[in-house]
Design a protein around this ligand. Structure first.
Ligand code: DGL
Length: 274
């Protein structure tokens, strides 16, 4: 099936999922929407996150994608069920895949998670983890300083180390048996090596992007809607839409994806009145 896979995030974070999808499913076409104008979502009230997310979903549905990836933990935690009730295509969030990956990885049964205030407040990770493994020990911390750093392109070691150290302090010393830490925000893989440096080598970082892409692949094949060789223009022409500063989004996305990217700016006023 030639239709695209749609991906949404509050900004550039979902590119970590997009990159993994491009690696695992190189023939599939992606349409990505980063709502940078309104990022971060993580410190906003749940109702606002829900209404922004549904607006982004409605926008993306205009291109009739075959599957939608909510590549934002905050939006997944708050709005996944509302989105499922609204649209009739397969919807994949990032929380269950991340929880599953952590459970596969931990040896001690002590799992940490870092995320935005909205994600941590929702308790969605704890719920997802306990559903699979009720006796896990669990620790969580919100790290509100990190998304703005990534969104503004300041994620180099020199620029981000202090903020990462400060943000991880509450979780770093919580439980010496913690052997894996879920990066429960799609922006955090941009800071992967700095987070690893601060946590130390005995903690495995879980990036839900890989597991999410695997789930997308499983669902596409299960439903028989994967692209078949010869189907699409080859290589696929991905589309990137951004509600904020397109130049900044362009710079970060090319740097992260390592290939040329064309970014189209979108304006919400036009959509609200339509
Ligand atoms: N990247 C998103 C997440 O995974 C949201 C970050 C934000 O906008 O606060 O939660």
């Amino acid at each position: 099936v030639r239709q695209a896979i749609a991906i949404l995030d509050s900004g550039v974070g979902g590119l970590t999922v997009a990159k993994e999808l491009m690696r695992q499913l190189p023939l599939e076409q992606i349409i990505y929407l980063g709502d940078s104008a309104r990022a971060p979502y993580g410190s906003r009230p749940a109702d606002e996150v829900r209404s922004f997310t549904l607006q982004v979903v409605d926008y993306l549905m205009q291109v009739q994608p075959k599957l939608l990836v909510i590549a934002c933990n905050t939006a997944t935690a708050i709005a996944l069920e509302d989105i499922r009730a609204r649209v009739n295509i397969p919807i994949i969030g990032v929380i269950t895949p991340g929880a599953r990956a952590a459970i596969k990885t931990t040896r001690t049964g002590v799992v940490g998670v870092i995320g935005t205030e909205g994600t941590i407040r929702s308790g969605a990770y704890e719920k997802a983890l306990r559903k699979i493994s009720p006796n896990l020990r669990f620790a969580a911390a919100a790290c509100p300083l990190l998304v703005p750093l990534v969104e503004s392109g300041r994620y180099s070691r020199e620029e981000a180390l202090e903020a990462v150290r400060f943000s991880l302090e509450p979780i770093r010393s919580r439980d010496p048996e913690m052997d894996c830490l879920i990066l429960g925000c799609t922006h955090y893989p941009f800071l992967h090596s700095i987070i690893q440096e601060v946590m130390g080598p005995h903690v495995t970082l879980i990036n839900s992007a890989e597991e999410t892409a695997r789930e997308v692949s499983t669902v596409l094949y299960h439903k028989g809607i994967q692209i078949r060789p010869g189907d699409p223009p080859d290589p696929p022409r991905h589309r990137f839409l951004c509600s904020g500063d397109p130049q900044l989004f362009h710079r970060i996305s090319e740097q992260w994806l390592g290939s040329p990217v064309i970014v189209d700016a979108i304006a919400w006023q036009a959509i609200r009145s339509s």
